[in-house]
Write a protein that binds this ligand. Structure first.
Ligand SMILES: [Fe+2]
Length: 307
């Protein structure tokens, strides 16, 4: 026994595997930000969830666009699916979220982990957000806690709090498929960085060990892939067994201290993600753009000499 939430997830995965009735996943990969957006659905009821959708953003011009999101809308409509959920695994630092755009077109509740309030508090300070910016997560329709159950048609799902990359990171286990956000990447690439405000390598290690307690056959769907030395194509799906056996940063033989040392040394060499400043200002608002100013224009801030 690891803990009650993981035990429930294990029971759920075993039941789904035994019955052979897992969800179907279709992935849309955005090469501009290396983000995998997953559309997962129950084949029996065609109820669907969209996980980590991307709003296209051209930073030099400050222009947002919807090519990536429109491809998802076209797919969902063509397949006749009904969207119940638009799930964010965390407040992303590398892309803007298209959750509100997809919700307007397809419906569904926008959900994220309840610890988003911590992230909102930190970044409200960094961006000197006005008092009108709510720090209680109310921009989202639903805040999920560790172990909280939800469903996708006839398929059971459970939310797991997996902090470390950010304090609010969640994994969503839908049937036998675990959408792990920025925790694990492909075994040959390793793990997510843990040096953003509120991130912590030791915490990430514990979250990953919880995920690795899931059954070997658990399907693992990633939020990103960056290829890896010797691999020239993108991959975004693996299994818990493959991660436990072979993840270059955190396979079963790696100790907590070894991981923390490696992660912190590596993070010290990484530059900030290209879109971190625009992304956070939008994503702490559940993907809504900042309110227009008196002239009707919306603006993003650029804090100087912060990172
Ligand atoms: Fe991230």
């Amino acid at each position: 026994m690891i803990d009650a939430a993981i035990d429930s997830a294990i029971a759920q995965i075993r039941a789904v595997t035994a019955a052979g009735q897992g969800p179907t996943v279709r992935t849309f990969f955005d090469e501009a930000t290396f983000t995998a957006t997953h559309v997962v659905h129950d084949p029996a009821t065609l109820r669907a969830a969209i996980i980590d959708p991307v709003l296209d953003f051209d930073q030099p011009s400050g222009r947002t666009s919807h090519q990536s999101a429109d491809a998802i809308i076209a797919y969902v409509r063509k397949e006749g699916q009904t969207v119940d959920w638009v799930l964010e695994t965390h407040a992303h630092a590398d892309h803007l979220s298209a959750a509100p755009y997809l919700q307007a077109a397809l419906g569904g509740a926008i959900a994220i982990g309840g610890e988003i309030v911590t992230v909102q508090g930190v970044f409200a300070g960094i961006f000197n957000e006005p008092a009108s910016f709510a720090r209680d997560g109310s921009q989202f329709d639903r805040l999920l806690a560790d172990g909280e159950r939800f469903s996708l048609g006839g398929i059971d799902a459970i939310a797991l709090h997996v902090p470390g990359h950010t304090p609010a990171c969640m994994a969503y286990v839908i049937g036998d498929a675990a959408f792990v956000g920025d925790t694990l990447f492909m075994p040959d690439y390793g793990t997510a960085r843990a040096d953003f405000p509120g991130g912590d390598a030791r915490t990430l290690f514990h979250s990953i060990r919880r995920l690795m307690a899931l059954p070997d056959e658990t399907r693992v769907l990633l939020c990103h892939d960056y290829k890896a030395p010797g691999r020239d194509h993108f991959v975004w799906e693996t299994t818990i067994g493959a991660e436990r056996d072979g993840n270059v940063h955190v396979h079963a033989g790696v100790s907590e201290d070894e991981f923390v040392q490696m992660r912190e040394a590596r993070d010290a060499t990484l530059g900030m993600p290209r879109l971190i400043l625009p992304s956070l200002q939008v994503n702490i608002r559940a993907g809504h753009l900042p309110e227009p100013e008196a002239n009707g224009m919306r603006y993003l801030k650029l804090p100087l000499n912060l990172f």
